[in-house]
Design a protein around this ligand. Structure first.
Ligand SMILES: Cc1ncc(COP(=O)(O)O)c(C=O)c1O
Length: 462
């Protein structure tokens, strides 16, 4: 954040919280600038923004003072009254913008992100973008990046598509939204994996679909069960590469059965390829959409796991026959975001950094996973390796939600397995321990803390 914006935010919060009372005099530009070690003009700009927001009044030589509350706009008054608006995803995310804790899912290794390189590419992209003639941007996203992704998909996922089949999005969830808008599936049934990604399950319901949980076993989605439970479903949402959360790969015969069902019933298959080829054991199998001839598969990718969720970029590969419809929907309702980041990412891929980064991350995560496995071995039962996490089952009677809740206060963030189940009666109690941020120095303490939590009787039982 630019420094002036930071100063504005700091003062705004202090005024709105009441820590700086009406009438209080702010330090002069010069004093404030000297205290913070910034230029005088930076402080001046911050004060001017606050004056525009009617939070302060400037009285020339008499300095700048905090304005009386009545002079503040309506929204500010609402904040004054301390109306609390709950953040989304309560029960799934412990908060937003927080420093990741050991075992926390959804965040890549913070220490291995190529921050300098990325900053350089972004700076260059921002400059190029600012200098370029301004025409209406392509709602499908920058052609340079779509071409790079098409080439990348051919190499790493076996998908052969035209760049114009690719629509850039802000990530997987945005891709799901675009797909729902394009396919008009409101009121229809959708198979979802059980256990499966809870956010997508709720997302489909928000889009007006009825979700039908279909069990997952050691070969992935039970396609036979899906056909028994809802043969006429309009959609099957699957994570065939590495099932979320179990990590199993959809077996070849199940892949064939799923595609055959879609062709027979005119069903759609959404492939959530959230980990792409970021597979820690063995080699990643090709995507379900690889060499697809059915035309029924919508492949959704994201850079949230392979690079960082902070990028806010992903993509949809529309079947050839739907490419124009997806593009129209993007143009009318969901144009691609983050143009500067798109340009930086196109360079990141074109210059070979992406594949190199993936290779490093695979090696690093494998190392971290093995270190965790070795350390857990004695006390905590490891069930399996599951994507970027290790899955442990808990002893009978130990509630995974309760353990996860208490864990946060102790500085670790395991994910309870039971939140991934649609049918809570069928839910197994376990913990997903993500390895991405488990640095060498923190494994021992994180495991000791976890062990103590599992061994300890719950707070309620005491
Ligand atoms: C199964 C699954 N799909 C997709 C995503 C990524 O979503 P997005 O790109 O919207 O951050 C996640 C992230 O946790 C996930 O677990």
């Amino acid at each position: 954040m630019p420094i002036a914006v930071q100063i504005t935010a700091m003062l705004r919060t202090a005024i709105v919280d009441g820590r700086l009372e009406p009438g209080a005099r702010l330090p002069s530009w010069l004093d404030m600038a000297a205290r913070l070690g910034v230029a005088r003009g930076t402080v001046k700009a911050a004060y001017e923004t606050l004056a525009d927001e009617l939070l302060v009044v400037s009285a020339g030589a008499a300095g700048t003072r905090v304005a009386a509350p009545r002079a503040r706009p309506a929204m500010q008054k609402e904040i004054d009254q301390k109306i609390e608006i709950a953040p989304p995803l309560r029960g799934i995310e412990r908060g937003f913008g927080l420093r990741p804790l050991p075992f926390q899912m959804g965040v890549p290794a913070q220490d291995a992100f190529p921050a300098k390189l990325w900053a350089r590419l972004r700076t260059r992209a921002a400059r190029d973008d600012a200098m370029a003639p301004v025409g209406p941007p392509d709602p499908r996203g920058r052609p340079e990046l779509r071409a790079q992704i098409a080439a990348q998909l051919a190499i790493t996922r076996g998908i052969h598509c035209l760049p114009d089949q690719i629509i850039l999005t802000s990530g997987y969830r945005n891709g799901l939204c675009l797909t729902m808008l394009a396919l008009h599936l409101r009121g229809r049934q959708a198979w979802v994996e059980d256990p499966g990604y809870p956010i997508a399950r709720t997302g489909l319901e928000m889009g007006g679909m009825t979700v039908v949980p279909v069990p997952v076993d050691a070969k992935g989605l039970r396609v036979d069960e899906g056909m028994r439970l809802a043969p006429n479903a309009a959609l099957a949402l699957v994570t065939p590469g590495q099932q979320a959360p179990t990590g199993v790969t959809l077996a070849p015969e199940r892949r064939a059965a799923l595609i055959a069902w879609a062709m027979r019933e005119d069903g759609w298959i959404i492939e959530d390829d959230y980990l792409s080829e970021l597979q820690l054991s063995g080699r990643a199998s090709p995507a379900l959409a690889a060499d697809d001839t059915s035309g029924r598969i919508i492949h959704i990718g994201t850079f949230s796991k392979t690079i960082s969720p902070a990028l806010g970029l992903g993509f949809v590969v529309a079947p050839l026959a739907l490419a124009e419809r997806f593009a129209e929907v993007a143009a009318h309702l969901n144009p691609s975001p983050n143009v500067t980041t798109q340009l930086a990412l196109a360079d990141f891929i074109a210059d070979g950094h992406f594949l190199r980064h993936l290779r490093h991350m695979k090696a690093l995560y494998r190392e971290r996973r093995d270190a965790l496995h070795a350390r857990l071995g004695s006390g905590i039962a490891v069930d399996s390796f599951a994507g970027l996490a290790v899955l442990t089952h808990l002893p009978k009677g130990v509630d995974d939600m309760e353990v996860a809740r208490r864990a946060i206060d102790r500085g670790i963030a395991p994910t309870p397995l039971s939140i991934w189940y649609s049918d809570k009666d069928q839910a197994q109690s376990g913990l997903l321990l993500c390895v991405t941020n488990l640095r060498k120095g923190s494994v021992e303490r994180a495991c000791e803390t976890l062990q103590a939590l599992i061994d300890q009787p719950s707070a309620q039982a005491i």
